[in-house]
Design a protein around this ligand. Sequence first.
Ligand SMILES: *[C@@H]1O[C@H](CO)[C@@H](O)[C@H](O)[C@H]1NC(C)=O
Ligand SMILES: *[C@@H]1O[C@H](CO)[C@@H](O)[C@H](O)[C@H]1NC(C)=O
Ligand SMILES: *[C@@H]1O[C@H](CO)[C@@H](O)[C@H](O)[C@H]1NC(C)=O
Length: 763
Amino acid sequence: AVAGQELCQPRCAFSTLGRVLCLAYSEAGISNETLQLDSDDFVICQKPVELLGEKSSQSGVSVTLESTGLDDKTIKYYHVQHLLYKRFAPDISSLVLSDDIKLHSLQLLPIYQTGSPTSDRKKLSQEKELLSLFCFFSLPHVGYLYMVVKSVELMSVYQYPEKSQQAVLTPQFLHVITSNNLQCFTVRCSAAAAREEDPYVDTTLKACPPVSMDVCALRIQLFIGLKAICHFKNHIILLTKADPEAIPERREPPKRLLSRKGTNVKFKTPPVAEAGWNLYIVDTISPVQLYKEMVDYSNTYKTAKTQSCIHLLSEAHLLVRAALMDASQLEPGEKAELLEAFKESCGHLGDCYSRLDTQYSHLALPYYKMSGLSMAEVLTRADWPLEDGSQKYERGLIFYINHSLDENLDEELSEELAAKVVQMFHMAEPKQLPHILCSPSMKNINPVTAMNYLSKLDTSGFSSILVTLTKAAMALKMGDLDRHRNEMKSRPEMKLVCGFILEPRLLIQQRRGQIIPTELAVQLKDTQPGLLVASVLGLQKNNKIGIEEADSFFKVLCGKDKDTIPQLLVDLWEAQLVAGLPDVVLQELFFKLTSQYIWRLSKMQPPDTIPLRTSEDLINACSHYGLIYPWVNVLISSDSLADKSYTEDLSKLQSLICGPSFDIASIIPFLEPLSEDTIAGLSVHVLCRTRLKEYEQCIDTLLERCPEAIIPYANHELKEENRTLWWKKLLPELCHRVKCGGEKGQLYLSSLKLYCSRKKSLT
Ligand SMILES: *[C@@H]1O[C@H](CO)[C@@H](O)[C@H](O)[C@H]1NC(C)=O
Ligand SMILES: *[C@@H]1O[C@H](CO)[C@@H](O)[C@H](O)[C@H]1NC(C)=O
Ligand SMILES: *[C@@H]1O[C@H](CO)[C@@H](O)[C@H](O)[C@H]1NC(C)=O
């Protein structure tokens, strides 16, 4: 940076992670134009210029690294990075050219990533990682603070009330001296660093006061003849020189805006000094103490809902945040105290944003989250309306509660608090009421209370399918089955399905990661299983519930353990196949269905409930279920002893195997439990082998077990290239068996006759 006329040459270098970040005042870029000022009568001023980041290399200022003290090997790892070039134009109107643009107090301030409140990563080693870097410099009446590292940006501008002499920047404060004052300003370094550190800042999870928030003067202390300032840890060291003529008559002791206790001024020289040099060490007040004073001060704003309260609390919050970032300097006790203050300040900010009707009221949510306060605690802090309902609930609180209830937190509100929440939403956001009532946190709501508010919705024009369903659920809770039935009957099924899609929690709740069916779901299971399956399918179609979740929902609902599959779940799978859900892997679904059909067939286990769809329904509705081959029906009808209760499962399985999309080979290993001793089992095995084109084996089996089916089988299967099997295999076998006679001789003979008549009719 080059200041027009006055040249200074401080070098400021700072090494981090093998890089030298450097900003230098340099003689190289001096403009000599102002020199013309003296010789000519006009003033030619250069325009002010600001170049940020790499662009600043265009300034023409050249910087060279000197290798003093470094060996040549290491120097090659260092390079120059241009950060900032700023040229000020003298203010012509003020006519104090030289003084107004005299730069001073260039400083780079690093902030490291250690022990911040928001990061839970444990840094084992002492190795510090640079999080952010700030660059400060000052003119007599104004100071500039830039954010460096990723990009270079102007962060804050400090306008001093009087001409400054020198300034020092710390993570918490900017201290500036004028000839008679030590001034202290707030800084935004921790706000910027927090954003570097945590990508979740500025989401619904976390917040931090904005970097752009106005800076403010915290305090002014009087000193006489201030000459220089520097800073070490929590101490400000001041050098003063009182000019004898300038000493005013006994001044009042140093005045502080905020604190009387915290600042100890230690006089290292006799208090009443003659004209001469004095050295002062001022201990800065501890962040926690200052924080507390600021919070106390903010209480004066509490009743008047103003932005100032938020500003003050934000300053206090940043102060604590900055101290926590500087954690290496903290005692363990101090750190705990700061963390406590941090949470507390988040709670205060949450309160402010929840009460004040600002465009930022949604910030109540992240601040309350960071505060660690439970929903019940927040609700208890909030002011309650008067009995006549004259107090309006502000958006921030509604936003926070609405969001928290939507998140299915494990916290359960008491009956009283739940009632207050319902009352709040009734007043502020009536449309949201059904959703609110479906939150697991509202489990303890008195159903009569809820019903009253829901009925009010109906009469005030907010009636909706959700209100109907929520009322049906509340009626169940009240044990009023008639009312429940009436509510459910008042709308067509399609509408009800839509309602469940809008609010899945009417059916399915999650508590501590567990899926819990609601009372309403349990009731539907018994009374309207079709609606229940259609609704869950609707949820899946709309990505409101995953495949596994739906499976475990039905298992829990039907009280089955992990390995037993209720018929309702089979109904859902069949419905999924019919609906052609895009996300479902078809073969996986086939596998689930066939293994269930097979399992039940092999165990002679009828379905636990009446299936919603028959095999005929499925064949008609779904292309994956194929028409069952005619010979299969001949085969099955030959078994007069078959138990009719499994025929549905058997038909569905056969139909799937006859269908076009089924991967037969994959099912073979799972057919084993299905014994070929029964005709049912036999039919499935022969079907599979047929689909794998193992015709000869099938012919043998059928001839042995069910000669009646052999001709229909041959008619259906032995076509085209396989027609030779008629001659080479089937005919000789039949003739041979007829010749042998025996028990089945007659059957073979009739088959042979059937065969001959078919052949005749064909030729
Ligand atoms: C200013 O500098 C330029 C070269 O950068 C030189 O040519 C010129 O004479 C200088 N002017 C004055 C007034 O010194
Ligand atoms: C409440 O939350 C729901 C779901 O997140 C959202 O759609 C709705 O707009 C919210 N309402 C209010 C008032 O915040
Ligand atoms: C039946 O025909 C298929 C082609 O459709 C052929 O791959 C297969 O080998 C034939 N089987 C016999 C036993 O001839």
